[in-house]
Design a protein around this ligand. Structure first.
Ligand code: NAD
Ligand code: ZN
Length: 680
């Protein structure tokens, strides 16, 4: 195709590819919501490069690295640019890299380190005189988003570099250092979050990287914490004084360890191309067991002097290369496409595949996300498709083997009406939706979510029972659950008396469920389990929560978008009617199911507390709620009247003031002991 193209055609094609790549860059870096796989994206880049090689007159200097900046953040200029990495999928390229570096430096005994390529988003953390002052994303390489507030909620990110080790050795502390690393979602957390989403009838996340990047963009530190985001350091930018700079990559790893920062534990070294390749291959065999997601290995020249001599291109250092492991891929046939109706009415197409084995599991279905995806890929029923699963990624169709498209393949016609209720569908952005609130499948899914373990946790109400209740039209909205008639239920079978009574008792008990369970069960847009728990802790009663304005929610630390969604939801007339029905049925959620003895006795009556820093397990709202529940008061600033300062990690000025005023400082463990003491 390229060989026969005219210059004009080439120019059009190149411009088209550039626009397409820019579109995917924006989705991936700007919104953390890519719509194609990395493999497909890399193919676009390779195609563009091939066209540019054939028509150099239309080639452009590629100084660009993706731009991850989002709205709502302050931007901050890096002292030293943050770069990308040159990437390859081939062993030959790794060998060529070794040869190039050796030739440029005129030596064949150079040392290299091989590190995992962490799959998250790049971050630069600046420590001044050993104190963390700022965390910034890569942005466009020159300036990025200031994400300090989010970074403070990361797991194991010390506010201070450790100054001395246990044996008394003093660690060197530079006046300033920009440490470079990666924020990522640990695999166990990714799996936990997806288990919870599936239990709640929500679509699982496809990729841990996008969850990590998306969470950071939400500007909600509590969510960063709830999702267990972590960080690791593997590089550095500016350092002052210059004499404090490490002399090698291995020395940097040692410094990171001595400062008690999370560092890279899986580092190997190699000198020859064979040794380097062996280390990469070995990592490829074990990386599936790492606690963090990886998408490759990074090879770096160890010696910093050599690194400086080689320098960098516009977008990447010349002294490093990333090898990306090819994801596991299989071919299978697309037998059909079915439509799933979600609890909010969204119609999701699902690929029905001839079952295949991939990365150790048997796969027969894959989500196709939305209607446009089918058209964009020109997927036809009968096609042979490529299915891919890299590490923890959920299997996805990444391409079509057009060479094997049968003449009998057929185009899928997306339904104009809801397959569950026949209502004419409506378009809603990229989504197609069934607008019928009484649509039986939507009702069923909403009720399934409401009664699930992650929400109201009503025993004896599995999917089959929910389906029965909905099919009999006994349950159309949540409050109907509380009006079920024993006599009706007894008609369901011969021997159902005992199970019916157990079910009715479980439903009865749920009237006193914890507030957050009800809130989560409602399925408010933007509100997952963690947010529901925070809402339940921040408001004492359902009444107080439903009356809260967006401003009030924001003042209690909820992200603006969440605050607005919650306030809008509770202000809607249908919600108000439903809440009235709940009340009429006697549903009265409580802030926590059982008050501790301390709360009952109000042991903290008359005591004033000030909270500062991040506590190990309680959020600020939870700690405050428990103190008030036990009769105590929470103040925002430290004064002579303060009885206790509860200090967590990163406590600052308030803690200092408490010390000056000689006010008792306690930690979370001590607070819990106070809360658990019974009054004298
Ligand atoms: N699917 C899509 O639509 C889409 C769109 C744009 C980009 N992408 C993907 O993103 C990639 C391009 O992004 P990029 O330029 O940020 O490259 P990259 O993320 O693949 O590689 C560079 C990054 O690797 C990270 N890294 C991880 N471990 C490291 C280590 N040990 N040492 C040094 N750095 C380490 C750093 O954050 C660095 O910025 C492409 O390969 C593509 O697959 C996908
Ligand atoms: Zn419907």
């Amino acid at each position: 195709m390229i060989a026969h193209a005219t210059a004009t055609e080439a120019r059009q094609r190149i411009e088209g590819l550039r626009a397409e790549i820019a579109h995917h860059d924006q989705l991936y870096f700007g919104q953390a919501a890519p719509e194609i796989s990395d493999y497909e994206y890399d193919q676009l880049k390779l195609t563009l490069a091939a066209w540019e090689r054939a028509f150099p007159q239309w080639a452009e200097a590629k100084g660009d690295i993706g731009d991850d900046r989002a709205t709502g953040f302050k931007t901050y200029r890096h002292r030293v640019r943050m770069l990308s990495l040159d990437k390859t999928y081939s062993a030959a390229d790794v060998r060529a890299f070794h040869a190039r570096v050796s030739a440029a430096l005129g030596r064949d005994d150079l040392g290299f380190v091989i590190e995992p390529k962490f799959d998250g988003l790049a971050v630069s953390a600046t420590y001044e005189h050993g104190r963390l002052v700022r965390a910034v994303t890569r942005g466009n390489g020159r300036e990025g988003d200031d994400i300090t507030a989010n970074a403070l909620a990361l797991r194991h990110l010390p506010r201070e570099l450790r100054r001395a080790t246990a044996d008394g050795t003093r660690n060197p502390i530079p006046d300033l250092i920009e440490l470079r690393g990666e924020i990522y979602l640990p695999r166990a957390e990714f799996e936990r979050i997806n288990r919870e989403r599936e239990a709640a009838g929500e679509t699982p996340f496809a990729h841990p990287r996008n969850v990590a990047a998306g969470t950071i963009k939400q500007q909600d530190p509590a969510e960063v914490k709830a999702r267990g985001l972590a960080v690791v350091f593997y590089g550095w930018g500016a350092v002052e004084p210059a004499s404090a700079a490490p002399a090698s990559q291995q020395e940097l790893h040692a410094l990171i360890r001595s400062w008690a920062l999370p560092g890279v534990e899986q580092v190997s070294v190699g000198r020859s191309a064979d040794e380097i390749w062996a280390a990469i291959a070995a990592m490829g065999r074990v990386r599936g067991a790492y606690a963090f997601p990886t998408d490759g290995a990074v090879v770096k020249l160890d010696d910093v002097k050599g690194q400086r001599e080689l320098g960098e291109t516009d977008r990447a250092p010349r002294w490093a290369i990333a090898y990306k492991y090819a994801p596991e891929r299989v071919e299978t046939t697309l037998r059909g496409i079915t439509i799933q109706v979600g609890r909010s009415g969204v119609l999701t197409p699902v690929a029905e595949l001839a079952p295949v084995e991939i990365a150790g599991s048997r796969v027969a279905r894959a989500t196709l996300h939305n209607r446009d995806e089918i058209a964009r890929r020109d997927l036809r029923i009968g096609d042979t498709v490529y299915l891919e699963k890299a590490g923890e990624i959920i299997p996805a169709i990444v391409g079509i083997n057009l060479g094997r498209r049968p003449a009998t393949s057929t185009t899928f016609v997306f339904p104009q009406t809801c397959p569950a209720c026949g209502t004419k569908v409506v378009e809603d952005g990229a989504a197609v939706r069934c607008p019928n609130g009484d649509c039986p499948v939507q009702v069923r899914r909403r009720v399934e979510h409401f009664v699930s373990k992650a929400a109201m946790n009503i025993d004896g109400l599995g999917p089959a029972m929910v389906e029965t209740l909905v099919a009999h039209r006994w349950v159309r909205r949540f409050p109907d659950l509380y009006r079920l008639q024993r006599a009706d239920l007894l008609t369901l079978g011969g021997n159902v008396e005992r199970s019916t009574d157990r079910l009715l008792a479980a439903i009865e008990a749920s009237k006193r469920a914890e507030l957050w369970r009800l809130v989560h069960g409602l399925g408010i847009p933007q509100v997952g389990q963690a947010t529901a728990q925070r809402l339940g802790a921040a408001y004492e009663t359902l009444g107080a929560l439903t009356a809260a304005s967006a401003e009030d929610l924001e003042a209690r630390g909820f992200a603006p978008a969440t605050a607005q969604a919650v306030a809008d939801y509770f202000a809607a007339p249908q919600t108000r009617a439903m809440l009235a029905d709940f009340r009429a049925a006697g549903v009265m959620p409580v802030q926590r199911a059982i008050a501790t003895p301390a709360e009952r006795a109000g042991v903290l009556a008359g005591k004033t507390f000030v909270l500062t820093g991040t506590l190990p397990t309680l959020t600020r709202e939870e700690a405050a709620a428990r103190i008030t529940a036990a009769g105590g008061r929470v103040a925002s600033s430290v004064s002579q009247k303060t009885d206790f300062v509860v200090a967590g990690e990163g406590a600052g000025a308030k803690l200092e003031r408490a010390r000056t005023l000689q006010i008792r400082v306690i930690d979370e463990a001590e607070l819990r002991r106070l809360l658990d003491t019974t009054a004298p």
